[in-house]
Each structure stands twice: as structure tokens, then as C-alpha cells.
Design a binder for this molecule. Structure first.
Ligand SMILES: [Zn+2]
Length: 466
């Protein structure tokens, strides 16, 4: 058996619906008829990079060391020199494989053979088994990113398609993992339903058709699984609020990209997506403190943030297994984890709109939240808020807003990163019928191992749908 996993970066759960209904995506329609098109939840933060971790490790990103696209390394575990922070946009992407917990093996490490292209995580794939890390291509990518030309990403997707098609035909890797990026870039620049985004859907369909024809001619289609999934959705942005500027305006000295060398900083602001942020208080302290002990010094800042129209939810971690949630208009509630059960208790309000929930296991938590405004929020908040590298305040933006107003090469008319439904629900298209309904993107990795006949590591967060 072999598995080809296409990560169609930035596809919202409904991305295929209209063109499929118009009969435009014939090859994808055929896959859907043979297997199925499902809606699953991604992870928080719903952003490229951290949201690749579930596909490749079966784990949520916070606990395996990837709390955001940008994060501050308070404990100096990985960033040993100032300014002690990471941004995986650009040259620091090369650190991602080693920032990822070495105890969380990747599909590339576990499978007998592999090929990957344009994946931000590629640990276990080296030399000709991976495309996207050689210096010339990285330079080309950096130029494409900073030029801000969304259309240039089509050329990179075409290179991915060409290289992968040749590699799959010649070497038949057990696992192939490809990331296509033009849809996300076009969605940011001109909207998730723009002509550019549509062109990316058509290009994906053509690639799937050509690849399938090759694999059928080679007599291998029957033993090939082809899955298409996404790491996050998208929603339109009407206004930008620069969170770092807002905190500077309240009289603080702030570390935030791109101005990270701030002497005597008392706050670090690390935005991802751009609809979520980690806010680190007293970043020069090497040890993390928890709420409510931060209240005396930082209650005003938290209140000030919550008063902003751009902010929907504030998460204030009290312990690794307890988190306070505050909503702008919805009061306060607490999430507690005991062993593998999570309880949600409204206090002065019901920010997640769930009512009082008794301790539930991971699957019950998914079911209890799936139809609401924040799908899988209970499990995702607990996974991120208690993670050692997370901020002391975690911000999820309000619908229509994101949290960076400057220094973006591509204009952002659409965003992701938050706990919102449009960011958290993604499609999963498979060419074989699953044994049960897929739930989360973390389910993909154990399912892939089952397809390949390999054992599933006991620590994974997902469960196989194969
Ligand atoms: Zn994006």
C-alpha cells in the first residue's frame, strides 16, 4: 500500500462545494464518489506550520513544541541568544524540525520510504526525498513571499506537482506528503472565493487527474490511497488591529516581529495567522507564571485587551490543566482537565456558548462543540493553554478582524488562526471509504500508519479512521 497525502493549504470545509456542484472538478468528484468528502476539525492555532503537526505526528501542536507560527522562548529551550523568539516565516523555518519534540516521530521517520514537497515539517525526509529546503528554492520562496505577488505561488505549486508526479511514478514512496500553497496566498490577497482561489482549485483537480492516470497506467491505483486535506480555513477581514501597537499604546515596551530587539521589554506579542496571538508577560523571567498570580500586575492589560472590538476570546492559563476563558460580551468560564476528561464550567457567563458540561472524554468533547461557534474548542484550548511554550494570555480574534496592521507583504483581506468555525473546519477527501467518520486532522497520521500496516505510537492524539 502507499499513501499520497495532499495538503491543500488554507481550504475551508466548503472550499470544494460550489465548483463541485457546477461540475467543474471532475477528478475530485470521482474521488468523492469512490471514497468520501468529510468535514473535520483542525487545531488551534489554525495556522500553517503548527497545523501541519497533526498530519505528520498525530499530535496537537502546542504540546510538541510548536505553539504558533511565531512564539517567544521564555525558557530559552531552543532560542539561546536574544531576542529569544521564533518566526517560521522566512529563514527560521529551518529550525522547525528540531523545535518539534524529538519524542514525537513523524510519518517520514516511521514509513519505509517517503517523499515530501513544500512541507514546513520534513524531519525524516532528506536529500532527494524532499523538495523545498535547498538554498536556491528557499531563496526563490523568500523572494516570492516578500514580493507579495500571490500569483507567483502558482509557479511553485506547479513545480511541486511536476516533481512529485515524476517521483511517485519512478519510486513509489510509501508516504508522499505535498503542500500546495497558492490557495492560501490567493485567499489572503483577494478572498477565499476569488478568481485566484478558484484557479488553485482547478489546478489541484488537474494535478489529481494527471497523477491518477500515471498511477493507473503503472497498475498501482488499487493499492494507492489518495487523501486531500487542509490545515485551516479562512474568513474575510474587514479591519486590522495592530495588537503590538495597542499594547505599546498602553505604555509597555513590546517585542513583536519585525522589531524584536527591544531592550527592557515587558511584553512579547507573537501573532499567528493573523487571527490569534500569544502574549508573554515579563518575558525576561525564565520561569512561566500562571493566573491568577499575574492579576496584580497584569489585570489592567487583560481588561484593556478584552475591551477591543478586534478580540473575541482571551485564554488565561491557571495551570497546565486549568484555563480561564473570557469573552468580550460573554463573561468568564473555566475549562478543567482531570486525566483524559475535560469539564467546562460557566462562571460569570458562557463564552463558548456550551452551557455547563460534565467531564467528557475527547470524542464527547468533539461532539459537544462541533455544531457550535467554536468546534473542538475544549480539547484545543486545553492542548495549547498548558503547553510550556505558550503565552500567558492567548488571544483569539473576533470575526472580521485580525491582529497585525503592518509589515505584511501580501495584503490580508482574509485571515485564519483563531478558534472560529470558519478557521477550524476543513475538508478531508479520500479515495477509499473510511471505516468510521473522520473527526480531526490528528486522525490522519494514525490512519496513514494503518494503511501502511505499521504500528501506531501510543502517544498520538488521533484515532485511525481506516
Ligand atoms: Zn495563511
Amino acid at each position: 500500500m502507499s499513501l499520497i497525502l495532499i495538503l491543500f493549504d488554507g481550504a475551508r470545509a466548503d472550499a470544494f462545494d460550489v465548483p463541485l456542484a457546477h461540475g467543474e472538478l471532475g477528478h475530485l468528484a470521482r474521488l468523492r464518489a469512490e471514497g468520501g468528502l468529510h468535514t473535520v476539525t483542525t487545531v488551534f492555532p489554525s495556522v500553517t506550520g503548527p497545523a501541519y503537526a497533526p498530519f505528520l505526528t498525530g499530535r496537537y501542536p502546542g504540546p510538541v513544541g510548536l505553539p504558533g507560527l511565531r512564539w517567544y522562548d521564555r525558557a530559552h529551550t531552543r532560542c539561546r541568544v536574544p531576542p529569544y523568539c521564533r518566526s517560521y516565516l522566512g529563514a527560521e523555518m529551518r529550525h522547525m524540525d528540531r523545535d518539534l519534540d524529538p519524542a514525537a516521530p513523524t510519518l517520514f521517520e516511521l514509513a519505509p520510504s517517503r517523499f515530501t514537497a513544500m512541507s514546513m515539517i520534513s524531519r525524516g525526509a532528506r536529500g532527494r526525498a524532499q523538495m523545498g529546503r535547498d538554498p536556491r528554492l528557499l531563496w526563490n520562496l523568500a523572494r516570492t513571499h516578500w514580493r507579495g505577488d500571490a500569483r507567483a505561488w502558482f509557479a511553485i505549486d506547479e513545480l511541486t506537482a511536476r516533481t512529485a508526479q515524476a517521483r511517485i511514478l519512478a519510486h513509489d514512496p510509501a508516504i508522499t506528503f505535498l503542500a500546495f500553497l497558492a490557495l492560501d496566498k490567493c485567499s489572503h490577497a483577494s478572498g477565499h472565493a476569488s478568481p485566484g482561489a478558484h484557479r488553485a482549485l482547478v489546478a489541484l483537480d488537474q494535478f489529481v487527474g494527471a497523477l491518477r492516470a500515471d498511477v493507473e497506467r503503472a497498475g498501482r491505483w488499487d493499492r494507492t490511497h489518495l487523501w486531500i486535506a487542509s490545515d485551516h480555513g479562512h474568513s474575510a477581514v474587514a479591519a486590522h488591529d495592530d495588537l503590538a501597537d495597542a499594547i505599546r499604546g498602553a505604555g509597555h515596551r513590546v517585542i513583536a516581529h519585525p522589531w524584536v530587539f527591544t531592550p527592557r521589554a515587558d511584553v512579547a506579542v507573537m501573532v499567528s495567522g493573523n487571527a490569534m496571538a500569544h502574549v508573554y508577560l515579563d518575558p525576561s523571567e525564565r520561569r512561566r507564571r500562571w493566573w491568577p498570580s499575574l492579576t496584580d500586575r497584569w489585570a489592567l492589560l487583560a481588561d484593556g485587551l478584552l475591551a477591543r472590538e478586534s478580540i473575541d476570546l482571551l485564554l488565561l492559563p491557571h495551570r497546565a490543566d486549568r484555563c480561564e476563558i473570557r469573552a468580550r460580551d460573554g463573561g468568564t468560564a473555566f475549562i478543567d482537565r482531570h486525566h483524559d476528561r475535560i469539564a467546562y464550567r460557566p462562571a460569570t457567563g458562557d463564552p463558548l456558548g456550551l452551557g455547563d458540561l460534565p467531564p467528557l472524554d475527547s470524542i464527547e468533547c468533539h461532539e459537544a462543540t462541533l455544531a457550535g461557534q467554536y468546534p473542538d474548542a475544549l480539547v484545543q484550548i486545553m492542548a495549547l493553554a498548558g503547553a510550556p511554550r505558550s503565552g500567558d494570555i492567548i488571544v483569539s480574534a473576533a470575526r472580521g478582524w485580525d491582529l497585525r496592521a503592518r509589515n505584511e507583504p501580501i495584503p490580508h483581506v482574509s485571515t485564519h488562526g483563531a478558534l472560529l468555525r470558519d478557521h477550524m473546519l476543513v475538508p478531508l477527501l479520500t479515495n477509499h471509504r473510511p471505516a468510521r467518520q473522520p473527526r480531526r486532522t490528528v486522525d490522519v497520521m494514525p490512519s496513514a500508519l494503518r494503511v501502511l500496516g505499521l504500528p501506531v505510537p501510543s502517544a498520538v492524539d488521533g484515532c485511525s479512521f481506516v
